[in-house]
Design a protein around this ligand. Structure first.
Ligand code: GDP
Ligand code: MG
Length: 436
């Protein structure tokens, strides 16, 4: 899935123009990639429709290219698709009791061992209970996995009562004062009904803080029903989706589970004990898209979006030929902060305007002086600087404690900027404004 999505975006990055046809092609590629990953067709169509609509209708923020913007849209929508927020496992009470359930072979025992190791690394003392009375060697399997790390496993290969084992195991570790107790249950039931019945019985006996459903990621969109049944049976559920390493259907399983609204907290990405990752949709999608620097890109786009409002308003004014001293001040102040206009103008292909350096660059000290001078101007003077004649200049200089020379300098700056904007091609400017 990752490779196919990555290819789709690379194609976009390589294309010289981004028009409707390009967008449609990218959307089709994404569609194909998701359907191949066994994502539900209805979900795929919904998702890609949103991506296409946004890509066609929304304008990129100032300074961002159309391509960057589309990558952002794809990223955002895919993230929403997988559940936006990361939901970490919380250990609040001592001991916190966790119960894992899931059909046989889903990766429960492996996940219990991985989770124990994960928590141990974070400083928690963990005890494991094997209540799987069905699979021969279940106890030894778990013991073998965690023995190298000194994690204790409670179990009895001879005992046949799963509920009894679970209860005794929890009592045992309570008395030992561990931080977290994880109970690994049997998953002999192929059908979800039996599975959930067993979960309820053990739940009754040990009162877990959280029941964790383990789902095999290779089953693809079938994961939907499993997650749904589980979610309906218990309010305190979270999910681990396993075997996402190398499975072509992983995307299907993840989106199917996410669609139920049940929180995926971990994913299993291999057979080794360290192959467990806290699930973070944002990080996961970044990796799928194969863009190492996507975080940087998104940050840049976010910043640009914040600056956008200001520019839209200003450009509007320039376009109408309305540009007074107040506007200039706002413009200079903003440019001082972010230096955008010059940069932005240069970034827009075909604009070809190079601004005179001193027309847009004013030091902080100078800006302060401008402010002082402007404070001594009347509202009328600020809005119609043309009326400022020699005697007004003298009055303003006196009132602000500056010199006539400085007032003239301010007016000169104003005239220069005004001229610059006037000289710009109106058509190109309005095109630019629309880009913003
Ligand atoms: P259980 O019956 O639910 O307890 O499942 P097990 O924990 O015994 O796992 C069944 C098989 O799946 C074992 O061979 C595991 O090594 C394998 N397995 C579990 N999780 C993963 C995973 O994330 N990736 C891969 N590749 N294999 C896994
Ligand atoms: Mg097992």
């Amino acid at each position: 899935l990752g490779k196919a999505l990555n290819t789709a975006l690379r194609k976009l990055a390589r294309s010289s123009t981004v028009d409707e046809a390009t967008i449609k092609e990218v959307v089709r590629d994404i569609q194909r990639a998701l359907i191949q990953a066994d994502v539900n067709v209805r979900l795929v169509l919904q998702l890609t429709k949103t991506i296409e609509k946004r890509a066609l209708e929304e304008e990129p923020p100032a300074g961002a290219s159309k391509k960057e913007h589309i990558i952002q849209i794809v990223y955002e929508e895919l993230t929403k698709f997988l559940g936006t927020e990361a939901k970490p496992l919380e250990i609040k009470e001592r001991p916190t009791i966790l119960l894992t359930v899931g059909i046989q072979g889903s990766g429960k025992t492996t996940s219990v061992a991985k989770l124990a190791r994960h928590l141990q690394k974070r400083g928690y003392k963990v005890g494991l209970v094997c209540s799987d009375t069905w699979r021969p060697g279940a106890y030894y399997q778990l013991k073998q996995l965690v023995e190298p790390f000194g994690i204790e496993v409670f179990g009895d290969p001879e005992e046949k009562g799963a509920v009894k084992l679970a209860r005794e195991g929890v009592e045992y570790f309570k008395s030992k004062g561990v931080d977290v107790i994880i109970v690994d249950s049997a998953g002999r039931h192929k059908e979800e009904k039996g599975l959930i019945e067993e979960m309820k019985q053990i739940s009754e006996a040990i009162k877990p803080h959280e029941v964790i459903l383990v789902i095999d990621g290779t089953i693809g969109q079938q994961a939907h029903n499993q997650a749904l049944a589980f979610k309906e049976a218990t309010p305190i559920g979270s999910i681990i989706v396993t075997k996402l390493d190398g499975s072509a259907k992983g995307g299907g399983a993840l989106s199917a589970v996410a669609a139920t609204g049940a929180p995926i907290k971990f994913i299993g990405v291999g057979e080794r004990i360290d192959d467990l990752e806290p699930f973070d949709p944002k990080r996961f999608v970044s990796r799928l898209l194969g863009m190492g620097d996507i975080e940087g890109l998104l940050q840049k786009l976010e910043e640009l979006q914040k600056e956008q409002e200001f520019k839209e308003e200003d450009l509007e004014k320039f376009l109408k030929g309305k540009f007074n001293l107040k506007d200039m001040y706002a413009q200079l102040e903003a440019m001082q902060k972010m230096g955008p206009l010059k940069q932005v103008l240069q970034m827009i292909p075909g604009m070809g305007y190079s601004l005179p350096e001193d027309a847009v660059k004013v030091g902080e000290e100078k800006l302060k002086r401008y402010r002082i001078i402007m404070d001594s101007m009347t509202e009328e003077e600020l809005e119609h600087p043309e009326i400022i004649n020699y005697s007004r200049i003298k009055r303003i200089a006196r009132g602000s404690g500056t010199s006539a020379q400085e007032v003239r300098e301010l007016l000169h700056q104003y005239n220069q900027m005004k001229k610059m904007f006037k000289s710009m091609d109106k058509r190109k400017l309005s095109k630019m404004a629309r880009k913003f």
